[in-house]
Design a protein around this ligand. Structure first.
Ligand code: UD1
Length: 384
């Protein structure tokens, strides 16, 4: 039984489900698989659109958890998931990444003596102010099979005393999805993406003013509470975007619902949507975001997944965080990204540096599009 809850889980589960179907076509002894969606992300654009675009079958069970505080999301998921486990009695629960569903379902399964496999184990930011770090720590402490995306993660787990026999280096499953969808994404048209997802209905903006085909635009995403929940932090970032970056090039910003809510609360929303060079879009589909990432001159983001995709696509990336659980994506380790936190002078300096740099990042080991196969092999081996 695999569990997904929030947007970053969907692109990780897609290749795993495909590999199970392929296995079942070829083997006599079939794997019975159920998909549970906790419902943490529920907007069509945050959830259903990914199921459709990535050809993920509908979840067998949706727990309908929705928004709430962390304790509410985790607690409600545990109560609902326990009932599912009592009825379905799976041999394994497969969890992904670091969202609240990952933590909640791991704890519930382990208390019922059901084995847990964690895909994307061992990532550490060493920052326990991040809700995701707590989710990662607890999940890895309890999991029976820990599948890591890189070798640095193996070291983290060993340092925490995890038995070597529980750890397997499989690579990054999200890159399987990137590889199998890059052709479709490449063929999309950027102007169509903007027209179809434009949020600034109030503004009679002439999109033809921008020449997107030249790839001369910055791509922006931001949703972390540490960046968007306080006006003193969010406001200077917005000023930098509006007063500096937008002078150099247009900025495309697909906006997370949390961030939109916060900008509205802080009375920053109107200025943003009225700015002609800042193109605010609804949350984008997988292929649309991939196409923009392929074409962007520079990425500004606080997302972990985008840091990884930039490393594979070669898009220079300013990571709006002070730390990362994905050090393999950093320039000093061969990747595409540099940590800039939310200090404007640091962001400005690295923004200028990055535009002058011309380099191709190294692709990390086993980010080869074949991770899902290794995931299934590892589970079958552990099941013996
Ligand atoms: C979650 C994950 C984070 C991941 C991010 C990607 C946790 C702890 N965090 O954060 O690791 O990077 O997803 O998107 O699990 N909302 C909607 N519609 C939705 C979903 C959310 O409007 O479909 C709004 C709600 O107002 C909610 C807010 O966005 O309160 C934040 O959503 P939440 O599920 O709490 O976490 P994310 O910030 O999305």
């Amino acid at each position: 039984m695999s569990v997904v809850g929030a947007r970053p889980n969907f692109m990780k589960i897609a290749p795993f489900i495909k590999v199970i179907s392929k296995y079942n076509e070829l083997q006599e002894e079939k794997i019975e698989h159920m998909l549970v969606h906790t419902g943490q992300h529920y907007d069509d654009r945050m959830s259903k659109a990914f199921f459709t675009a990535l050809d993920i079958p509908d979840a067998d069970i949706n727990l309908g958890i929705g928004s709430g505080s962390h304790a509410e999301q985790v607690g409600n998921t545990m109560i609902a998931f326990e009932k599912v486990l009592l009825k379905e009695k799976p041999d394994w629960v497969i969890v992904l990444g670091d969202v609240n569903a990952t933590l909640a379902c791991t704890v519930t399964a382990k208390k019922m003596h059901i084995r847990v496999c964690h895909i994307e184990a061992g990532l550490r930011s060493f920052d326990d102010q991040m809700p995701e770090e707590i989710n990662r720590l607890v999940t890895d402490r309890l999991s029976d099979l820990l599948l890591t995306p890189d070798e640095l993660s193996i070291e983290n787990l060993k340092n925490e005393g995890v038995l070597k026999s529980k750890i397997e280096f499989v690579g990054n499953i999200m890159i399987d999805t990137l590889e199998s969808n890059s052709k479709k994404a490449f063929n999309l048209n950027i102007k169509d993406i903007i027209k179809d997802n434009y949020i600034q209905k109030q503004k009679n903006n002439d999109l033809n003013n921008f020449n997107f085909q030249t790839s001369h635009f910055a791509l922006m995403t931001m949703h972390r509470p540490s960046n968007v929940d306080q006006k003193e932090i969010l406001n200077p970032i917005i000023r930098f975007l509006l007063d500096e970056v937008s002078i150099d090039m247009p900025i495309i910003w697909p906006i997370h619902p949390r961030t939109q809510n916060q900008l509205q609360q802080f009375s920053l929303w109107n200025e943003i949507i009225l700015n002609e060079k800042l193109i605010v879009l609804n949350p984008l589909g997988y292929h649309e975001m991939l196409k923009l990432n392929m074409a962007a001159k520079i990425m500004l983001t606080d997302s972990g997944g985008l840091q990884e995709e930039c490393t594979v696509l070669g898009t220079p990336c300013l990571t709006l965080r002070w730390n990362t659980e994905r050090p393999i994506t950093l320039r000093e380790n061969g990747g595409a990204s540099v940590l800039v936190g939310n200090n404007i002078s640091r962001i400005r300096k690295e923004y200028k540096n990055t535009l002058e740099l011309n380099r191709t990042p190294d692709r990390p080991k086993l980010w080869d599009g074949k991770t899902a196969e290794r995931v299934l092999e590892a589970i079958l081996k552990a099941n013996k």
